[in-house]
Design a protein around this ligand. Structure first.
Ligand code: SAH
Length: 359
């Protein structure tokens, strides 16, 4: 392991502190941010508006170390998937989904996941460790570079492997870089954190970030959600919805996106749609239905198109903006809930029984 500071771990504030400590002016931070994140440069020698002496000093104490691509796959529908090598032991997956007028990158926040949502294949992998900020923003760096001249990266969703809010600090640094005009410069509505509902972290996030929030709801009542999303036993729906309201309070046009995986015969009945609509009347919301993507040894089946239409109709009649997520990239196992990477040591699930302490 290198003892050099990996500059991908630092957002603008961190980089300013880094340069100040070196006895340099803080504006170096914005210069270097632009080189790294806008120009895709990882070699200090190429940073030509920085003096030769400083470039040499930087090369002695710092580096820009990005995850290594071990596999790039392109789906028939244009979706890309990259498998990235992190440390010789662990791999993660990052997916790019091109659509009319936009291109969304789906990034991972952890190697595996400590939660045990029963319908998610990442959960079956167990949990190994949090990603560093360099490894999270490194996914954006790698994708932006690979897509240059081919497609536009306009949105980022933290909907890959892992629970971002259980890797709070590094997630926030990465979000800052995604939205920083000197780095990726994405608007706040184009950067979305998805959470299974880690309530204390949702309150904290409201204080420190402007990113948009998506919540994996998946059930209209605690009894069923306890089963599908077991973190619900610690953080039940009523408290979750309070945290959602708090996240967007005072901002009239903002909404929370609720993700709802469509599982045949489990959570997709018309009664359950009514129950969901009643639950969400109080929260400015959008509902995103996700047809279940199967993986080996799962007990679940995807809801029929009819069931999804009926469910949608009920929600729309109740005034909820409802969309169905198109399944993309499933021919290369790049669809929601199909990301598995490679997780060494799958035993570290201790997080799941703790209430998280927030910094
Ligand atoms: N841990 C975070 C981030 C993961 S986001 C969260 O739970 O929100 C990935 C989204 O895909 C979540 O909404 C997740 O519930 C959903 N998902 C997981 N497995 C799936 C599957 N097999 N089919 C469809 N969607 C799935």
């Amino acid at each position: 392991m290198s003892s050099k500071q990996n500059l991908l771990n630092l957002d603008r504030q961190g980089l300013e502190a880094f340069f100040t400590e070196m006895g340099e002016k803080p504006f170096r931070a914005t210069q270097v941010l632009k080189w790294i994140h806008q120009e895709g440069v990882s070699d200090f020698e190429q940073m030509t508006n920085i003096s030769k002496a400083l470039r040499q000093r930087l090369a002695e104490v710092a580096e820009v170390r990005v995850p290594e691509i071990v596999l790039e796959q392109k789906s028939e529908d244009g979706t890309y998937k990259w498998v990235l090598e992190l440390d010789g032991q662990n791999r993660i997956e990052t997916v790019f989904i091109p659509e009319e007028g936009r291109g969304t990158l789906c990034v991972s926040s952890q190697v595996g996941c400590a939660l045990e949502c029963t319908f998610c294949s990442t959960a079956q992998q167990g949990f190994n460790r949090n990603l560093s900020a360099a490894e999270i923003i490194g996914q954006v760096w790698v994708a932006a570079k690979a897509l240059k001249g081919k497609a536009n990266l306009t949105n980022v969703v933290m909907m890959g492997m892992g629970e971002p809010l259980l890797n709070f600090k590094n997630t926030v640094i990465s979000l800052n870089l995604m939205m920083d005009d000197f780095a990726y410069g994405l608007a706040k509505r184009r950067v979305t954190v998805s959470t299974s509902g880690v309530i204390p972290a949702m309150y904290r996030l409201a204080e420190v970030s402007e990113a948009s929030l998506a919540v994996s709801l998946h059930a209209p009542n605690d009894k069923l959600r306890d089963e599908l999303v077991p973190i619900n036993k610690k953080y039940p729906i009523a408290e979750l919805l309070e945290a959602c309201k708090n996240y967007i309070k005072g901002e009239k046009r903002r909404k929370i996106t609720f993700e709802y995986v469509m599982l045949s015969g489990i959570n997709d009945s018309v009664e359950q749609a009514h129950e969901l609509a009643r639950l969400l009347v109080e929260v400015p919301s959008k509902v995103n239905l996700i047809p279940f993507n199967p993986f080996p040894n799962t007990q679940y089946k995807r809801s029929s198109n009819n069931a999804i239409h009926r469910f949608t109709d009920v929600l729309r009649e109740a005034g909820l903006i409802t969309t169905t997520r198109k399944t993309r990239g499933d021919d290369i196992d790049a669809a929601c809930g199909q990301l598995v990477g490679k997780v060494k040591d799958r035993t570290k699930r201790q997080l799941k029984n703790q209430r998280v302490a927030m910094p």
